[in-house]
Design a protein around this ligand. Sequence first.
Ligand code: SAH
Length: 351
Amino acid sequence: MKSLYDFTYDQMGDMALEQGWKKFRAHQIFQWLYRKRAVSIDDMSDLSKDTRETLKQQFSLTPLKLRDKQVASDGTTKYLFALEDGSLIESVLMQFDYGKSICVTSQVGCNMACAFCASGLTKKKRNLTSGEMVAQVLYVQRDLDKQEDRLSHIVVMGTGEPFDNYEHVMNFLSTVNHDRGLGIGARHITISTCGVVPKIYEFAKEHTQYNLAISLHAPNNELRDRLMPVNRAYPLEELMEAIQYYARENNRRLTFEYILLRGVNDQKEHVAQLAKLLKGLNAYVNLIPYNAVDENGFQGVDHAHAMVFYDALMKQGVRCTIRKEHGADIDAACGQLRVKHLKKEQEGSRS
Ligand code: SAH
């Protein structure tokens, strides 16, 4: 069943007109969902009983159920949700000095098959609907409501490739960004892509204020082909051309994500290659500590080595930061909690 969370503000207006209602009713519903955070359609007390019945017959309000929740000592909270079809997804709440951020899942599983990533261990089952992404944010926001706190940032960096589910992701962001929705500022929203080049062009043309992050992880094609199969379809030359285009169209600073993998992409030559690749771009590199995934044998680097890499990059004129680790004492790596539960389920069905 379609969820009321699937509608952007404009789509809600069209829906109201289709039902033969005034547009204002859509405005009311939207406010109930996002301002008053109604948990059922019956909560919407200024709608007539007939209207509520009509809504209930056509739309649901509960696209997800909590299955597990882990809280780390630094406050990082991992939520495992079951969707209506039983699929499992994760969302993560992270605490920063500047506010609270949620990491949202965009697909059930992922087809990008990056060699170092836990999400790639399970193939994509389907795209999430926009409502299923909205519901992740609302669930976590409701938890924060209890402490009179609010989410200030969103990163679309959970399981899945957002640019492989472009339309739903853009609709989702429109809803959470809308000032009648959750009102989370576009500049506080980041979409991370592994480099689906045609969608980078499409995104560039939309001129939104959302931040774009590119998962780079390797500064040459040979290595990137090995780590990220998407590079075989869209090699670095094409990716960088798309990024140059984005940069010309949008006056926004770009982020490049770079996981430091011991002995793989952390050598001097990689510093030089990175510097050459990013020259002249309004960008910075976010060096990411690797969350080891048992299955695939990669290892991270220690902090001292990360600092050496950082210093060398800065010396070459590349701005960079080292990402702080979050939730080190829980299953915080992308897709880890989900994979653990899937394994448990499989073992359960075998025994
Ligand atoms: N598909 C998108 C968004 C999801 S992944 C993308 O590739 O950007 C979000 C980020 O987490 C990516 O930079 C990804 O490479 C990184 N990542 C994946 N597995 C990781 C791990 N085990 N430890 C640290 N970062 C990881």
